[in-house]
Structure formats: C-alpha cells, structure tokens
Ligand binder design. Structure first.
Ligand code: GL2
Length: 809
C-alpha cells in the first residue's frame, strides 16, 4: 500500500477532527492514538472485506483456530508495518510534531492469554494472513485480561487488567452474527410429526454470544483474515427477566475474566462454561457460514478445518455432533465422519495437572445434551476398541473414567490429527503420556515444532539488526526466511561483526535506560545481559537461576576480586495467583535483588532486575538486548518453549538443558554455539524410574551448594519471612521434584564458560551471528505451512485468486 506523507497528514487530520471535533494540536496522546488506529483500520478495511468475499466466492477451504487464549500484543505498529505504511506514518507524524513511539505507548496490550500457548496462537494468526492462508481465530473477548502484576515489598500482588477501559479501535462488533448458547435445564428427545427425533429443552439459561472481529493483517499481500472473539450478553428478548444487576451476573461473568492458571486448570464450573460458550458460538457461526457455500454437508471437511488448541476447546467435537444430529438431522455415522475429518488437536503440555478432567456430574448438569453425546461417543469407542485391543487398552483410553470426562481422550478420539509442539515433546506423547492412543492410532500422531513471527520479534522489535541483515543479504529474507542463512557467510567479516556488536550494545543501552527509569537500578550495558522470561513455574526452574546468583554473590563476598564478568540477571515472570511456591520464588529473587544491587562490595559484578508485569510489550523491549537466553527447565518438562526462538533470532546465546525446542536449536546452530548443561530427558526418566534420587546427599556432599542453600535460611537475605525455608525444604527435605540440585553443578560450570567466552568479544559476536543466521527454521511461516499441508489441507490463496508461490523449506 503506498501513500504520500502529504496525503497521510491530510487524512489523519481529517480523521482526528471527525472523531473529536477539534484540532489534533489539542489532542491528548490517547486521542491521537485512537485517531491513528482508526486511520490505519480504515486503510485495511477494504482488503478485510474483499478477503472475506473472495473466500466465499471461490469456496476455499478455511481454517478455524479455536483457542481460549490469544496474546496479540499491540497492533498499531504491526498493522501499519504489514500494510507497508509505517515509514510514511512515522515521517508524517514527525512533520506534525508528534512522535509515533509516544502514541504507540497509549495502546493497551491485550493480555488475553497466560503465556506461550496464547502468544503462539497470535504468531499463527500473523503467519496465516502473511501466507495468504484462509485462517481465522476463534476465542473469548475477556473483559479483564491476565492480572496486572505489581511487587509490593517483593511480593507479587495481582491487580485487575481492565484493558477495555479505553476504546479498542481494532475490534468491530458484529451484531449481525450473534448466536445463542444454552446451558443447563432439562433435555429430552421426542419424535416430531415428520418422524424425526427432535431435541427438546426446558428451563435453560440462554446466553447471547456477540462476536467482536479484529483484522489479522498479512505482510504486504493485501490479505486480511479475521480473529473473532465472543462476548456474553443477555438475549434481547429476555431482558425483562433480568431485573437486578445480581440477576445478570451468571451471564456477564462468562466472559469477564481469563483464568490465570498457566498449567493447572482447576475443575471450576465457570471455566467449563467459558469453554462451551466459545466452542458453541464458534461452531454455530462456522456452520452458518458454510451454508453460504451451497454445498452438501458431507463436504464440510473439504471446506472447513477446526483446530483444537490444547484440550480447552475440545467440546468442539460433541458440539459439532449436536448440531449435525439435532439441527441438521444427519445420522450418527454421517455426523461422526464429518466431525472427525474436520477436527485436529494440538497438545501443549505433559504436566498431568494440566490435562483437563471435568467431573461427570458437573458436565451433566451444565451441558446435558453435550454430555449425552459424549456418553455415546464413549460407548461406541469402547464397543469397537474392546474386541480388538482388549480391556486394558480400552479402559485406559476411555473418555469417561472414574467419574470424570477426560478431555485429552475426547480430543484424540474425535480428531484425525494429534500433534506435539517440538520433536522431543511429540516423542514423549507417543511413548509416554498418550502411548496407549499411539498404539491405537499411530497414523494420527505427528510433530509440528512451534515457530514465531520474525515480523514482530525481529523486524519491528530490533530495527538495527533488521537493517544490518537487509544490507548484508538483501531484503528477501523478510518474505523468505531461509535466506537468512546467507548471513552465515559473514561470520568472519570483521566489519559485520563489529556492527553487530554495536547494535547489541545500543539495544542494551536502551534497555539499561528503561531499567533505570522503571526500576531505579543502574546497570552497565557492557555487562552480560542474562535473561529468563516466561511464566513462573517450578519445572521452569527460576529457582535454579536464583541459586546460581546467590552462589555468585557469596563468592564475591568471600573474594571480592573473583574473576566474574559483570552480569545483569533479568527476570520477567508472573505466577498464578494460587501458586504459593511460585510466589515464594518471586519474593526470594526480589529480596536477593535488593541485597545484591545495594551491596557496595558487589558493584557492577552482579545486578538483578525483576521486571513487573511481564507481557508481550515488555518482551519486545527485553529480547533485542539479551546476550544469554536461559532455557533451564528440567529436561522432558517444557513442551517446546518459544522465548528460546525469539531470543536466538535476536542473537542471544542459549544456555539450556536439552528440553523442548532447545534440542532443535542445537540441531540448527550446533552444540558449540550454545551452552548445554544438565540431565538429558532419558536420564531424567531413568532417574525417576530408579527411584533412588537423594537430594539431601547432594546437599551434604557439595560444599558450595550447601553454603548457597543455607544462605536461604540463615539470614543472609534480609526481608524474607519463611520463603527461603519453603524453597530449602522443597529442595532438601522433600527431595527436589525437579532435580535442581542434581543439575546445579553443571549449571554453574556452564555459566563459567559464558564468562570465558564473553571475554572474547569477536568470538562471542561470531556465535551470536550464527544463532541469528540459523534461526530461520523457527519462522512460524514454516510451521503454519506444515500445519496447512499436513493437517488442515488448506491452500495459500492470494487476493487475485492465483496461488502464492509455496514457501521454501
Ligand atoms: C505451553 C508450553 O508450556 C510451552 O512449552 C509451549 O511452548 C507453549 C506453546 O506450544 O505451550 N503449554 C501451555 O499450557 N502453556 C504453554 O506455554 N501455557
């Protein structure tokens, strides 16, 4: 899209005036942002409409990505960039005496997800549109996003995140496409006058699902896909029944809050309500849309692919069956074939507590018709599986077990494809977590390693690096990431390495300024910036990181001239509000930070920064400045990780266990260009199986480790209540579930290697360059292409109706 600066200024002024009826010079930052956002939205609305119309006119197959979480980040810059308008806008604003960066900060960052899973969904939206694949998101418009985190005296405090307080310029309320979702009541089947079985309902709670559509803009290809988020409202014709505010609560609460548990969904009725609400509205609207294609229902799987992002939307399966059986009057066999061919499922975690199970009684009461259908799916499954595979396998894989509905089992049984999100994770699914299903349906299982969009995570967040790559390898890598490998050819080019080091230092200086501004801590940009950014969870082992910092602190105190290269340890992490242990780790890190940062013996050798309220916008500031990417989960526990990919693409060197996608990082960049430590997943499995791990023995036999652990409880760290004891206890007295002590020594050694390498700037920068140049395979464009080819059978479709050149691999 091309537009002159002059034209932009004229249109922007007019936009502002039409909204606020005074001149832009009098506008607040927020008003100016609103006007700019709407200006950009106007620019893309034509393509948005045309993309939608072309999909219908050409009867193309469309993908619907169902996810309880999306983390799109701010959209102004990304949309303007993908449209090709960003430079003109920046220039125009400057001429008007305005700053783009300042206006951008006025945009709310929609925190409609917990972590990696939600951000992945948004990277996928970006790639679907950029590849020209007809792909839509389907989720919930939570009124309050993930809580806003504050530290009070080092403790995490959660505040409501009212992201919709100011207007959201990107969304369009679509009253024409509302749906009705029913909960509870009584359900029975009755023969009607035509002889069809008809489902009858009484005393149901009826909820109006209102869609809010948000444009998903492709990169310079005129494609604009759709993200549809549903909001719960009282049906218009039932308004008179809701006299009091209190009476409206059961409806309004459905889309009020996002569940803040990253990997542990408690069996809460409201959560189940949310899941069904999103699923039912989504499936109804898809089938309504399909009718526009004027094709027989048996062709649905040729035109529609529904993706189940983790088990949360797995009710898609019985909901689709319900509609096909009760409203379209198909036979069970016909309905099942359509449903099964349409649905596919991704598993994102092996944590047992995260595999959703709903009490049967709850499901029966809240969703009586859906429960009847699940019962029948289960009955038929058992009936066919039992004679062939016998009792053990059948009962272990049943959907209904011990009074609960096992959602992973429902998802596997009702989907034609089941995938994990990194090679190791998929292997663990096949050999352990879902091994019984792998025996039943080996053909369904496949791996799709996660990916990230370089557009947001490199082009926009690291313009210095982007310019350097453009200069060295040309601009093709932006559409064809594999071109990045050409950058490898510069690993020995002195001038390139120097420039790369300069860019990193500039990024670090910028972050250092920001740290001083928001945290009041002065850090040296020449120090190693060592970054761990992710949800706080014991398996991710932020406490291993903390113990190493404490170890360094004690070493410095003992010997102030110890040879440690100055290091800034940077954390960003939210803990689930009910996850006490994770919150205790936060408190200990914060107290340790206060101790270390204010100790004159330590000086610049060690600084610790724990950012409040980690999220997409903060990640965009931190990642380009990172030297070290900490990926230190216990091997086998992290399904994939995606911050590892973003950090690598920005030239950080990975310090990691061989877990999740770290293994693929090693495959692409080579072991010698990262720092690997700790147990392998095989060793973890063996150690668990042997059952003879003895954490206390390690504590007692390693002097340095003992001294470090003792410092948690002997008053070394001021300001702690019992948090140090809690961590000590879990590690020493409760035998260290995540083998922190076992991996400690090799972790410390890996850090020594980091120091050594950093002293050789040229060699460090060379490895950094190789990491950047090897990061192309993690482009979400490739990941999405593989989903589209292998699972969804969805084709790239450009605006002109010609096929886009397939992406290189
Ligand atoms: C997660 C995994 O923990 C993480 O390793 C993975 O990268 C992402 C995306 O696949 O999914 N699973 C999960 O429940 N959350 C994740 O981040 N919240």
């Amino acid at each position: 899209m091309s537009i002159t600066t002059k034209q932009f200024i004229k249109d922007f002024k007019a936009q502002f005036q039409s909204m606020y009826a005074y001149s832009y010079e009098e506008g607040s930052t927020e008003q100016l942002y609103n006007a700019l956002g709407l200006y950009v939205k106007n620019q893309l609305s034509g393509n948005w409409k045309e993309t939608r119309e072309k999909y219908v006119k050409n009867s193309v197959k469309q993908v619907f990505y169902f996810s309880m979480e999306f983390l799109p980040g701010r959209q102004l810059e990304s949309n303007a960039y993908n449209l090709g308008l960003l430079d003109t806008i920046k220039k125009g604003l400057k001429e008007m005496g305005l700053s783009f960066d300042e206006l951008e900060e006025a945009e709310a960052d929609p925190a409609l997800g917990n972590g990696g899973l939600g951000r992945l969904a948004s990277c996928f939206m970006d790639s679907l549109a950029s590849l020209g694949i007809p792909g839509n998101g389907n989720g919930i418009r939570y009124q309050y996003g993930l809580f806003r985190q504050k530290f009070v005296d080092g403790y995490q405090v959660e505040l409501p995140e009212n992201w919709l307080r100011h207007r959201n310029v990107w969304e369009t309320r679509n009253d024409k496409s509302t749906c009705m979702v029913r909960f509870g009541g009584n359900v029975w089947l009755e023969k009607n006058h035509l002889g069809f079985m008809e489902t009858k309902y009484e005393n149901t709670l009826n909820v109006l699902a209102v869609p809010y559509d948000t444009p998903m803009v492709g990169y310079r290809n005129d494609v604009v896909n759709n993200l549809r988020l549903w909001s719960a409202e009282i049906p218009v014709d039932e308004e008179e029944n809701y006299h009091t505010l209190e009476a409206t609560e059961p409806i309004k609460e459905i889309t009020q809050v996002l569940y803040p548990d990253d990997s542990n969904y408690e069996g809460r009725l409201l959560r189940l309500k949310q899941e069904y609400f999103m699923v039912s509205a989504g499936v109804q609207s898809i089938l309504r849309h399909y009718r526009k294609y004027n094709l027989p229902r048996k062709n649905i799987p040729d035109k529609v692919a529904i993706h189940i992002n983790d088990t949360h939307p797995a009710l898609v399966i019985p909901e689709m069956m319900r509609i096909l059986l009760d409203e379209e009057h198909l036979s069970w066999e016909q309905a099942w074939e359509i449903t099964f061919k349409t649905c596919s499922y991704t598993n994102h975690t092996i944590l047992r507590e995260a595999l959703e199970k709903w009490p049967i009684d709850m499901m029966k009461e809240l969703l009586p018709r859906i429960y009847m259908i699940i019962e029948e799916i289960n009955r038929r499954f058992v009936e066919t599986t039992l004679p062939i595979y016998g009792e053990r396998l059948t009962w272990q894989t049943a959907i209904l077990q011990n009074g609960v509905v096992n959602m992973a089992h429902l998802a596997v049984i009702g989907s034609h494809s089941v995938n994990g999100v990194a090679k190791l994770h998929t292997e663990i699914l096949m050999n352990d977590v879902l091994k019984d299903f792998f025996q039943l349906y080996p053909e369904r299982f496949n791996n799709k390693t996660n990916g990230i969009t370089q557009r947001r995570w490199v082009h926009l967040s690291n313009p210095g690096l982007t310019k350097l790559i453009d200069k060295k390898v040309g601009e093709d890598w932006k559409k064809k990431p594999s071109e990045l490998k050409v950058f490898k050819g510069f690993e020995k080019d002195k001038q390139t390495l120097q420039k790369l080091a300069e860019i990193k230092l500039e990024n670090k200086q910028r972050l250092a300024d920001y740290i001083e501004e928001v945290q009041g801590i002065k850090v040296d940009p020449k120090a190693i910036f060592d970054v761990q950014i992710k949800r706080l969870h014991a398996y991710k082992r932020q406490h291993l990181n903390m113990l190493h910092i404490l170890y360094r602190y004690l070493e410095i105190k003992e010997n102030p001239s110890v040879d440690f290269v100055p290091r800034v340890f940077i954390f960003g992490a939210k803990a689930a509000p009910s996850y006490i242990y994770a919150k205790q780790i936060i408190k200990v890190i914060n107290s340790l930070a206060r101790l270390v940062n204010n100790d004159p013996d330590v000086g610049d050798k060690l600084k610790v920064v724990f950012f409040e309220n980690y999220g997409v916008s903060l990640a965009e500031k931190i990642i380009p400045a990172a030297d070290i990417s900490e990926q230190i989960s216990l091997a086998s526990m992290e399904a994939s990780g995606t911050s590892n990919m973003k950090l690598m693409a920005n030239g950080a060197l990975t310090l990691a266990t061989l877990d999740g996608a770290n293994i693929e990082i090693k495959d692409f960049v080579g072991e010698e260009n990262m720092f690997i430590f700790g147990l392998s997943s095989k060793e973890v499995y063996e150690l668990k199986a042997a059952g003879n791990y003895n954490a206390r023995e390690i504590y007692e036999s390693d002097d340095k480790l003992r001294r470090t652990l003792d410092a948690l409880t002997n008053g070394t760290i001021p300001g702690l209540q019992d948090e140090g004891y809690a961590i000590f206890d879990s590690l020493v007295n409760y035998n260290d579930e995540y083998f922190v002590l076992k991996d400690f020594d090799s972790y410390v050694k890996a850090h020594k290697k980091v120091d050594e390498l950093y002293k050789n700037e040229k060699e460090w920068t060379r490895k950094s360059l190789l990491n950047i140049a090897s990061s192309a395979p993690f482009s979400a464009d490739y990941t999405i292409k593989r989903y589209a080819d292998d699972i969804w059978k969805a084709k790239q479709f450009s605006k002109q109706g010609r096929s886009v050149k397939p992406l290189d691999e």
